[in-house]
Design a protein around this ligand. Structure first.
Ligand code: PLP
Length: 635
């Protein structure tokens, strides 16, 4: 497990068990040994055919663990409760979950359910997000906040005011000064008194990738001058008591508690000033930014890690707010955070299969025999080869490479002139590869082809170079015999992963057998800590849709688990529909074409139609150990 740093990034939810598989510890540090869930068994259950007791789901697969989600929420609440208690802070903490991190229905519903005991709420940044947050919060704690962020038009504001009318604890956070006029006007027309927050543009700036939204020139929030104008206008409208919340967001993945303390301290000063100016302040909403240690290094030097844990984060926030408020003699506000990444990242694991890998070419060479290759070369090339061999025998590696390059170049020229046939050109490539391998100059890194679309499932790797831990979920008791990069199914050279946590440019991987994993099963890899943003951002490049999804809970019987939800990923018809095609019409057209063809014993009209129908219904990914679906359909 050391090779993959599982103990670093995985604790306390992922570990390697005695069978060499990744185990999930659904209750974190409170997990008992018999409650651990072997991830390989989950994958087998999901992917085995229905007639063998499996669910017949196709990979890639997202496995969600609601118990992990619950543990994350409870852990976040308990670190804040501890900080509040130990520092004598005179108000409480109540978080909201920003639904943009993962809008999946079950994820949001679970968060509302698990968090209702401690007033957990939701944050929305658009009209559909607001609609889903409103309906989910109907089942949540009445005190749970519904924080309305994002750009707002009249429709958004009306909807937020409807939410207030429905007795949801709604706060309209002004991101733009112009939103205030709409809030005042529409509120009057609807006879709803709004609760208003404002997002401050802090001077504190986070320098990492995720910090571009922070600082004076950040995209969102009100400047000091705008804040003062908002206060004046609210006062003139007799609504200053409606201003109750101050929001800011330093950026995601805040690297250090020093930066956090700086930002929260600055915001607390703004909060105290708003109190002084007469606003009805109650809440300080510190936004998101609680970071994840993707590489287990606990370092504040990169975007992939952070130099603090949950408790240090909470203690820093509480202390920074308390210090400023005590000095200004201001009543301690309720502290709210919008942690997204920190709540949902751990709870889901993306599983995909490596289906083949490039083999080293010297194997091809030795199988056919070096001598027969040499015999195919012309005189000049053979002379180069002899020089090359002599240099190799003398151990002159640099000279070897020079002759190898010369040999290759000469042969390529001859091929272009039409004086060398394609077998001879292949022979030259093989010889050069053989030489570089023999003298240790060849690139030992292979390409593993994975049944996945990086654009759909790990979009942040492609878009912003974000790294996630990627690990085989089994065979971790066997030393990997190769190193590889991962290449996906899309026809796009960006569809590959060639950078990994720990600064590595390849991943230690096991040899693939004839059937993937080499023992009759596949070779399964897991991408961990991707529960936030990846599903929400993924696109349909090459029309690969999302993965199948499984929800797995810890079951009452020891060493077992319960599948509470299983759904295949979008079919070819589904993804076509997303691009305005009409699969039913397409099928009819192709069926009609099939009717016009001459039948034979194998390709009957019925078999063609059934095969076409199947193609629309299957997922776009490689089918498991795919047999020809035409034969299957014909049978
Ligand atoms: N709140 C706001 C306003 C945000 O812009 C974001 C994300 O960037 C978040 C909350 C969630 O941040 P994180 O996932 O870092 O907790």
């Amino acid at each position: 497990s050391d090779l993959y740093r599982v103990d670093g990034w995985g604790a306390p939810y992922f570990t390697v068990n005695s069978s060499g598989d990744i185990s999930v510890r659904p209750h974190g540090t409170d997990t008992l040994p018999h409650q651990e869930i072997d991830l390989l068994k989950v994958v087998k259950k999901a992917s085995d055919p229905i007639n063998s007791g499996g669910l017949g789901l196709q990979l890639p697969l997202v496995v969600r663990f609601p118990d992990v989600l619950k543990n994350r929420l409870e852990s976040l609440q308990s670190v804040f409760d501890y900080a509040v208690q130990s520092q004598g802070y005179e108000a409480h903490y109540q978080g909201v979950y920003p639904v943009k991190c993962n809008q999946d229905r079950f994820v949001v519903e679970d968060i509302v359910k698990f968090g209702s005991a401690f007033r957990f709420g939701l944050e929305a940044g658009s009209k559909p997000e607001l609609l889903l947050a409103m309906s989910c919060l109907c089942k949540g704690s009445p005190e749970g906040l519904l924080v309305c962020n994002g750009f707002k038009d009249a429709e958004y504001i009306s909807l937020a005011l409807v939410a207030r009318k429905l007795l949801l604890n709604t706060v309209i956070v002004l991101e733009q000064e112009e939103e205030l006029d709409l809030v005042i006007d529409i509120g009057r027309k609807m006879a709803v008194r709004p609760v208003i927050g404002l997002r401050a543009k802090l001077r504190t700036k986070h320098s990492g990738h995720f910090g571009s939204t922070s600082g004076e020139k950040g995209k969102f929030g009100l400047t000091t001058t705008q804040i003062l104008r908002v206060v004046r206008k609210l006062k003139e409208s007799g609504m200053l008591d409606c201003l109750q919340l101050l929001h800011f967001h330093i950026g995601s993945q805040i690297p250090s508690t020093a930066l956090l303390a700086d930002g929260v301290g600055e915001a607390a000063q703004v909060y105290c000033e708003l109190v002084r100016l007469g606003a009805g302040m109650k809440f300080i909403d510190i936004g998101g930014g609680l970071g994840i240690d993707y590489d287990g290094s606990k370092s504040c030097e990169s975007d992939v890690s952070v130099g603090y844990g949950l408790q240090e984060y909470a203690s820093t926030v509480v202390q920074a707010v308390r210090f400023v408020c005590d000095r200004k003699n201001v009543k301690h506000p309720v502290i709210c955070s919008e942690s997204g990444r920190a709540i949902v990242s751990h709870h889901s694991v993306l599983i995909f299969e490596a289906v083949s890998s490039t083999t080293t070419r010297s194997q091809e060479l030795s199988a056919v025999g070096l001598q027969s290759f040499v015999e195919k070369l012309n005189d000049d090339a053979r002379a180069d080869y002899r020089n090359l061999s002599a240099a190799a025998i003398r151990g002159e590696y640099d000279t070897c490479m020079l002759y190898a390059d010369q040999l290759k170049q000469r042969c390529v020229e001859q091929f272009k002139d039409g004086n060398l046939d394609i077998e001879q050109l292949a022979a030259v490539d093989a010889i050069c590869d053989f030489v570089s391998k023999s003298i240790g100059a060849s690139d030992p890194v292979r390409t593993y082809h994975v049944n996945l679309s990086i654009f759909t499932s790990i979009p942040d790797f492609w878009a912003i170079g974000q790294l996630f831990p990627i690990v085989p979920i089994h065979k971790l008791d066997e030393r990997p015999g190769a190193r590889g990069i991962l290449s996906d199914l899309t026809c796009d050279s960006d569809g590959k992963i060639d950078r990994f946590i720990g600064g590595e440019s390849s991943l230690p991987l096991h040899e693939l057998g004839s059937n993937g994993g080499g023992d009759g099963g596949g070779y399964y890899l897991g991408m961990f800590l991707g529960g936030a943003y990846e599903e929400a951002l993924g696109g349909l490049h090459n029309l690969f849709g999302g993965p199948s999804v499984l929800r797995v809970s810890q079951s009452d019987s020891p060493h077992s688990f319960a599948v509470t939800y299983a759904v295949p990923g979008p079919s070819c018809a589904d993804v076509l529909r997303a691009m305005q095609h009409e699969p039913e019409f397409m099928f009819e057209m192709l069926k009609h074409r099939a009717e016009e063809q001459e039948e034979d014993e194998v390709l009957t009209f019925a078999s063609l139609a059934s095969s076409l129908n199947q193609s629309f219904h299957n997922m776009p990914y490689l089918a498991p150990h795919s047999s020809c679906c035409l034969t299957a359909a014909a049978n």
